[in-house]
Design a protein around this ligand. Sequence first.
Ligand SMILES: Cc1ncc(COP(=O)(O)O)c(C=O)c1O
Length: 410
Amino acid sequence: MKFVHKNANMTPIVDTVFKVVSQAKEAKLKYGKENVVDATIGSLTDEEGKLVALNTVFTSYNNIESSIKAGYANSFVGNPSYRKQVANWLFSDIQLDLPHTVIATPGGTGAISTTLQCVLSKDDIVLFPEIAWGSYKLMAQEYGYQQETYQLFKDDHFHLEDFKNKCETIIQKQKKLVVVINDPCHNPTGYSLTNEEWTQVIEILNTCSKQGPVVLLNDIAYIDYSYNLDQVHQYMENFNNISDDIAVVIAFSCSKTLTSYGLRVGAAIIMAKDQKDVREIEIIFEKYARATWSNIANAGMENFVRVTQDHYEAFMQEKAEYIELLKQRSEIFVKEANACGLPIYPYKEGFFVTIQMPNNEIREQYHQALIKENIFTVQVNKGIRVAVCSISVQTVKGLAKRFKDIYDKL
Ligand SMILES: Cc1ncc(COP(=O)(O)O)c(C=O)c1O
């Protein structure tokens, strides 16, 4: 290595998603759109396959004054109006009794990577879900952490026992525990923990925290597409019961919430029992922010405030139509999968359904067999991800059976 730092990992990113996305594109050109199932795209698309860019969001954005678009943010931790509104957005319908603070970040990615970098040292262990968004792993590799994983499911519910065992092993060994839970609407299985499961998760972490500090990173990237929006923040009241030695960081993202993936706006919401601990983390996050990206897009933050305050009703109504569409697509897929015996992970809500593939070698073969039949999906650990967010109702119909038939012929 000549120019890059001495610890650099020189293996290029193997972007498996990018490859299959371009294969799907080629197939559509060659065989015609109607003959190809492209379930690779992880963003919400309409029934014609066009990326959804909510009208309420972008009319508001287009009306933002140029001077706001041009200007720097007010602060390295985000505009005060944005910080306040993010907290409102998440907590106004629940009773949260913990001191907390909001730091604006470049998307949910920024919130997650900032948290990991600010709470872990090189060679530390971090605990991820076994089936997960690929960037967690990349972050851990880049920053030099050791990774452990917990199994997600026992039958059709969250595997509390394995979660407990993994947490206990790490806290015993390391005297510090940092764990990621991507919930609700887990990517890529579409599982959401019940309130009772969350209560038990907090109990497990409280016990662990007797041996050392615990950081719970709750990635809520897809929360605003829950099928139960009225109750979706309820589980966060469990955070009121954390011990003095637990900090919770919520990673929030405007990417999905506002269909604003490219604007790169998100937030890390830090909470703990003691205001002093919240402030300690905030100081480190603020310096990290200033040193890394300086400040977040001013107009992106301003748009979140305007959309969720001034255009709330219209925005929620427009978003609800797409949630309904997502629900329709996923219901058909899940119902048909159950009917034909296609094994899927326990889906409740969200952008993706995942077919169970406990053996990654068979998964690889299966993925290829699907491609031969012009069905394009994304491989995830122990599964095949089907992006119901981006396939039309018409395409979903009969799809589970096709998956099953191809599997049976392997
Ligand atoms: C599970 C999960 N977390 C976080 C993110 C972060 O997205 P962004 O950085 O665009 O907010 C994504 C994006 O796909 C995701 O799937």
